[in-house]
Design a protein around this ligand. Structure first.
Ligand code: SIN
Length: 474
């Protein structure tokens, strides 16, 4: 069945805009489809629809809300092959990875359909006889969600599913590079039976104007954004005008520490998983590898051998593991980071070149100087930058020497070290002897300038509710 949907979704209807823009396949440069190029004023209309729908959805019983959300999950799973193909075409990620993302993305919907039933309040022992103190959780209202291109489905579902499940209504703006996955799942939400106006999807190129509308419109009570720290900072400043609740999932610069007591084969496996997922274009991608002196050469050799085996190409082809970068800006950043590291003295162990068009060879650089751009900035590409360290304290200091604090990883077989290092790393999430840590049941989010709030887990629902305190007098 063709699940490609090319119209925006407003007030329960699929609508064309006055203008359209093209969605390009980064692997081939071909146009896949045209979608509505909606404006800031279309966004305002969508917010009005979501606001009108809010009382109806808020007052819908939890069982009905939970079942509707669950139905959406079932429809996505039933159509996962088709959605994965759409995702690969617009994002470039290998088909196997897109399928994994559809399942990962759907798992947030399944999880929050259940969690909505458990939006518990509490009873509090009163300080005076006769009083009764209670808290209840209520949906916050109209939610604006702004999502990136690197996870065209999962970044949507981990915002939209908790919001809808607990009784909020939503206006979503998906990234203009990857609107087709969003529209395909909007069609399935329509089929699942959400009332009109409860979920709206506005596609458009005007990210600045639409973001500003979301952040300043009084009817929006909550804004949830995944993307760069720079844009997150600006949305937060704009949202301050109407004191909106904000959730921000921003940039990272994840360190990966390999201690001399690590299982090196396991560390290489974790490194490949944590570095090359989506060609290194994830916020939790490893950006800096710190390897202890005694195992540096051996780790570098094993990692280089594994990197050389990675198959690069169009994600629709069988066996491809690394797809293209999303666009020329992404490619140029990778090129600049590699050139800069080599000029400053790093040794190139493999890769280091554009393969063709937006495809960059998986690369390993050894003995990268701390003055390199790659030590400070998120590369968002298939580059492994290896730095040396001697002591544990030095490794922790280097890992924490960044304004970001999203994910951190390390490998060690010493249990005391595992606890010690986990507690000292300044990150919202720490992977211990693993390079992959995301799932629907655990809290995803960062500290420092990597963001505010948590997605997934039981905490992910709190972001879309207000805690109200009721005090019954004697
Ligand atoms: C991200 O890159 O923002 C999310 C990655 C993940 O969910 O693992």
């Amino acid at each position: 069945m063709d699940r490609m949907q090319t119209m925006a979704y407003l007030n329960g209807k699929f609508t064309k805009g006055k203008k359209a823009f093209e969605v390009i396949n980064p692997a081939t440069g071909e146009t896949i489809a045209s979608v509505p190029d909606l404006t800031r004023s279309d966004c305002r209309k969508a917010i009005d629809y979501a606001h009108a729908a809010w009382p109806i959805w808020r007052d819908t019983d939890t069982t009905t809300r939970s079942r509707t959300v669950r139905k959406w999950y079932e429809l996505i799973v039933a159509n996962k092959q088709e959605i994965a193909r759409i995702m690969t075409q617009e994002s470039g990620k290998p088909l196997a990875e897109s399928l994994t993302e559809v399942e990962y993305g759907a798992s947030f919907i399944e999880w929050f359909a259940e969690e909505a039933k458990r939006a518990y309040g509490e009873t509090i022992p009163p300080p005076k006889n006769g009083q009764r103190l209670i808290t209840i959780r209520q949906p916050i209202g109209v939610v604006a969600a702004i999502t990136p291109w690197n996870f065209p489905l999962a970044m949507i579902t981990r915002k939209v599913a908790p919001a809808l499940a607990c009784g909020c209504t939503v206006v979503l703006r998906p990234a203009s590079q990857t609107p087709l996955t969003a529209l395909a799942v909007a069609k399935l939400a329509h089929e699942a039976g959400f009332p009109q106006g409860v979920f709206n999807v506005v596609t458009g190129k005007d990210s600045k104007g639409m973001g500003e509308e979301f952040a300043t419109n009084e009817l929006i009570r909550k804004i949830s954004f995944t993307g760069s720290t720079e844009v997150g900072r600006s949305l937060m400043a704009q949202a301050a005008g109407t004191i909106k609740k904000v959730s921000l999932e921003l940039g990272g610069n994840a360190p990966f520490l390999v201690f001399d007591d690590a299982d090196l084969d396991a560390a290489v496996e974790g490194a490949i998983a944590g570095k090359f997922r989506n060609s290194g274009q994830t916020c939790v991608s490893i950006n800096r590898f710190y390897v202890q002196d005694a195992v540096f050469e051996n780790f570098a050799k094993k990692l280089t051998a594994a990197v050389k085996k990675l198959k690069v190409g169009n994600g629709l082809e069988e066996g491809i593991q690394v797809g293209p970068l999303i666009n020329n800006d992404g490619l140029n950043k990778v090129k600049t980071h590699v050139k800069d590291a080599i000029e400053k003295g790093a040794t190139l162990l493999t890769g280091g070149k554009v393969k063709k068009n937006l495809f960059y060879q998986p690369t390993v650089l050894a003995d990268v100087p701390m003055s390199s751009f790659i030590a400070r900035e998120e590369t968002f590409g298939p580059i492994c930058a290896l730095f040396r360290f001697t002591t544990e304290d030095e490794a922790i200091a280097m890992a924490n020497d960044t304004e970001f604090g999203l994910a951190a990883y390390f490998y060690s077989t010493n249990i005391n070290r595992c606890w010690r290092v986990s507690e000292q790393l300044e990150a919202g999430m720490v992977g211990i002897n693993t390079g992959l840590l995301s799932n629907a049941v655990a809290p995803f989010g960062g500290i420092k300038q990597s963001g505010i709030g948590r997605e997934g887990s039981k905490h992910g629902l709190d972001e879309y509710t207000e805690l109200k305190y009721l005090c019954f007098g004697s």
